[in-house]
Structure formats: structure tokens, C-alpha cells
Design a protein around this ligand. Sequence first.
Ligand SMILES: C=C(O[C@@H]1C=C(C(=O)O)C=C[C@H]1O)C(=O)O
Length: 450
Amino acid sequence: MALKKDLKQKMISEIDGNKNYISVEIELQYQPDLIHLLREEINYIGQRFYYKSKDYKLEMCGIGYLLEARYSHLEHDEIYEYWQNIKEQLNTMVFHEDKHHLKFFGGFQFSEHSLTNEWKDFGMSHFVLPKFMITKENGRCYLTYTDHSHKFDIDNIEEILNIVESKAQARTVSEPKMVANKDIQSEEWKALVTKVVALMNESVALQKVVLARRRKIEFQDNVDVEDALQRSLDSNEASYLLLFESGKSQFISQTPEQLCQIENGKLYTNAIAGTIARTEDESENNILKDELLNDSKNQFEHRYVVDSIIHDIQSFTKQLEYDKKPTILTNKHLYHLYTKIQADLLSENVLEIVNQLHPTPALGGFPKVEAIKFIEHEEFGTRGFYGSPLGYIDLENNGEFIVSIRSMLVKGKTATLYSGCGIVKDSNAISEFEETDLKFKPMLKALGVM
Ligand SMILES: C=C(O[C@@H]1C=C(C(=O)O)C=C[C@H]1O)C(=O)O
């Protein structure tokens, strides 16, 4: 598709020669399929992201990284400053009635650890500014092109428009050939659960800790991540869906869990902890939901998460609102206990809030510091982005971050899946093992092996 001559003229006339970056946005009159758009032909593998919000209101993808802010430590303030600096040097132009949709996308690894080989394609703190971005929001679709001022070329928009147009339709997925599927240190993991339960019963220092385990799946050919995303979308889970690439690594999460959303001075967050498996039988499911709502072990696990979130956000919020009793959050295979929390913000730095909240005891434990220490010393392997905050900040400093569970790290022919569960003093290693097995399901399905 060619751009109209008068639009081109208008773009050129609006360029501010004093700014280092230009970001132009136009509205598309059709809705391309974003997963299909990510497919190989575009030649930006290793420099792409995808994000779909849980309520389907926002779906976006970034293709090509114009700028990357990556640090080998957890640097929330530096990343925030980096973004504020870019914004000052940015000449944004919109050629439609809505706001500009450019986003700074990325996240932070679970905790400070020495960067293991497995995760070193990503920084400990890692955010990217996309060269091309397609956003679908509120039924409309936008193309955003951002570049250095001296490289900005309107013909690039026409080039990408042609690709976008040719990828309008979804494609069917192919059948992968799995060659291995094995748990990593499963017996050791069960023994660790038993050990921590004994420890909790001896002393009160550690009251809840989330322990994660991994499973490695190998295929004959490279994992097709676009197929994996497509299968996740087709599963119709009430969840977010995210892809973040760097180098030869591709991280995918289909999580039901939001860490926080900041919108116009308001903070939205929630507690999700306490789990029971669903069945095929709806009348049995009603009994199970009642059981979960009245089960003291699960209530106890959930309470820690709510109390800890309230504690962590108190110093930078007012007008805190939340229900005193949890409700049920329904996933495809699981029910979780759920409490919605919202408040008015005193700070506008979304990354400071992310830093304060992460990890909630839904992924770390309680007390927080002891739990993180325990995880770092005792858990097998490095979490990397598993359970960590990933998301975006926009031009108004609004943003949303997810807790990236139900996730996997893909490298070529191998996918490493992560799953964890909260351990308290009444936990039992076998049932926790079964719970983590269920939590592998979304990614096993995404890979087409279930
Ligand atoms: C840690 C995970 O899930 C978390 C732990 C839960 C629990 O222990 O009940 C429930 C939901 C999530 O907050 C995971 O899926 O890997």
C-alpha cells in the first residue's frame, strides 16, 4: 500500500529537526493478524515482542529493536530515567484522532543472580524501543514507525505496510516432532519441599516459600514460536500472552496474573494464590470451588499475598480498596483464590511500584527477604524471567506489568518450562508436585505436545 501524497507531505512538514528520534503513527483500515505478521519473512527474529492483555482490549507486537536499554543488574530507576530521556528527544506525530501508542517494552529478571548461560541473551534489566509496532486497541489498529531522525525514511512505512497487508489472515499451525520430554531434578525437588515443610514446622522464620521446578522438551526441529503463540491464543485461556526475544532466546508466558497496572494516577493490582484442580464435571467443580474458598491452607497462603501487597504499596498510595474475602479466578485447568486491589497513587514512577511489589508472596514467599534468599540458595536452576515482571511503559508513563508464570524459555530445538507453587507448613510434596504438573499444561499445549 502506498501512502497518500498529501499525508507524506504533512509528515515531512511536521518533522522537528531538533529532536534525535521521530515516531510516526497512522491508523490502518484493516486488522492484520499479529501472530502471522511475526512470521519469519520479516527477518527480525531475535528482535520482536508480542503482548496481548487478559481482557483482549490491547494486542500489540514490536518488530525490530531501535534502542535497547539493558543492564547486568536490577536497575529500575535507570530504566525509568532512560525512558524519560528518550521521550524528551522524541518527535511524535499522529495522523489519526487517538493518542500515540509507542511503548517501552521489557522487564526485569526474577532476582539478582550471576547471569547464567541460559539467560544471558537477556539483561537483568532489559527494555526495548520497537522500530515498528502494530497496536490493536478498542477495535482500531495502528502502525507506529520510530527511527533516528537522520535515518527516518517514509519509504520504510510503505515497505512495512506491504508486509502487514500480506499477513492479514491467520495461518494454521504445523505438527511438531518431540524427541524428549523430561523433568529436571524432580526427586530432588520433592525432597526440597519436604525439607522446607519440616523447617517451617520447626521455626516460624519462613512461613511461605514458592518453589519452582523445570521441564525440558526437545524437538527434531526448531520450535516455531509463532505456532506456539497461535495455539495459546486458540486455547481461549483467560490470560495474558507475551513473547520477548533477544538474540537466540525467546521467552513466552501465558499468565493469568497481573503484577500491576498504572493508569492516570490509579494503581490496579491483585493477589492470586491458593489453587485447586478443575474437573470436567460442572457440579463437582462447584463443590471444589466451595472447598477452595473454605480451605484453611489455601486461605492462609492467599492471606500472605494480600497482606504483603497492602504493606508494600502503603507508602506510595492512598484510598486503598480491596475485598476482605477472596473470590474464585477460573483458568482452563485450575481455580485460584483471587483478590482485586486498587488505590490512588502518590508516585508516578511505574517501575518504582514494580520494584516494590515484586516478588509478591505468590511468587516469592513470606517474609519476603527470607523467602528470596531461600529460593536463591536452594532452588535448582535460575528463574531468569520466570515469575518476573514483564510489560511496558507508555508515553504518559502509564503501564502494565504481568507476573510471567506459565512460561518457557525457547532456544532453537529446546524449550525449558517453569512452574511453581506456594509451600506452607501444611504442604505435601506429592500434591505440590501434581499442582506444578498442571501448571506446565499451558506451555505444553502451546508447544503442541498435549
Ligand atoms: C508459581 C505459580 O503460580 C502461583 C502460585 C499459586 C499457588 O501456589 O497456589 C497460584 C497462582 C500463582 O500465583 C506458577 O504457576 O508457576
